[in-house]
Design a protein. Structure first.
Length: 253
């Protein structure tokens, strides 16, 4: 028996990167999986490879974030687990962030999870059934680099929302947790390093050498941890925002 046997799992932002890793891990652990993404070609390929169901959605539209849950319930009768894995990481400081960039970060990194959670938890409560939510946040929510100002604002909001919603729905047996992931080896991070930081082909090797564990975070390791939090094996834990990183926050040399 897999950890998610007989569970219906929705992964928003699941077509690539960490989200795609979670889709693969959830399928492996026996779940019926629905995932969303904006690019049909990538999503349809992952669906074909895994047997998961792809729903094309632009999560910057709150209506489409809610609709992802509705479509899952329409297809399978319920949603047992929700993962909010979509993320926008474009750069901006306090001084150069435009209202448009700020709004884009809020839309993807905070508003979409809010309204997807709203719809998913409403389904769980209406059925009087337990459920789980995992929000993929970021260790940057603790403060982050100066060039991540709008990203940090949105992710810090998501951390607060995770705790608030977990407290509000603890008696409904809906467990809601978050994962503050650190610097992670994904295709999206590769594109970001090249676009915003002038990185060359050896950037990953150099980055890995600069980390205490000699590597960046790995998608499959994060995905396994998310599956554990979604599953009954994580017990009663709720309202936890876990630092999944090799930086010890508050530690000083």
């Amino acid at each position: 028996m897999g950890l998610l046997e007989d569970k219906v799992v929705l992964v928003n932002g699941g077509s690539q990167g960490v989200g795609a890793g979670i889709v693969q891990a959830a399928v492996r652990e026996g779940a019926t999986v629905v995932f969303t993404g904006r690019r049909a070609e990538i999503g349809e390929k992952l669906a074909a490879d895994t047997g998961a169901r792809f729903v094309r959605a632009d999560l910057s539209d709150a209506a489409q974030a809610r609709a992802s849950v509705v479509q899952t319930v329409d297809a399978y009768g319920r949603v047992d687990c929700l993962v909010n894995a979509a993320g926008l990481t474009s750069r901006g400081s306090l001084l150069d962030t435009t209202p448009e960039l700020f709004d884009a970060h809020i839309a993807i990194n905070l508003r979409a999870p809010f309204f997807a959670m709203q719809a998913a938890v409403a389904d769980m409560v209406a059925r009087k059934a337990p459920g789980t939510v995992v929000n993929v946040i970021s260790s940057a929510e603790h403060g982050g680099q100066p060039f991540l100002a709008p990203y940090v604002a949105a992710k810090a909001g998501l951390a607060g929302l995770t705790r608030n919603a977990a407290h509000a729905h603890r008696w409904d047996r809906v467990r809601i947790n978050g994962l503050n992931i650190g610097w992670t080896d994904t295709e999206g991070e590769d594109a970001t390093q090249r676009a915003f930081h002038g990185a060359g082909d050896d950037w990953l090797e150099q980055a890995a050498a600069s980390q205490p564990m000699g590597k960046l975070g790995q998608v499959d390791e994060i995905a396994d941890f998310v599956v554990f939090l979604l599953s009954d094996r994580s017990g009663v834990v709720t309202g936890s925002v876990i630092d999944w990183d090799q930086i010890v926050f508050g530690g000083l040399d």
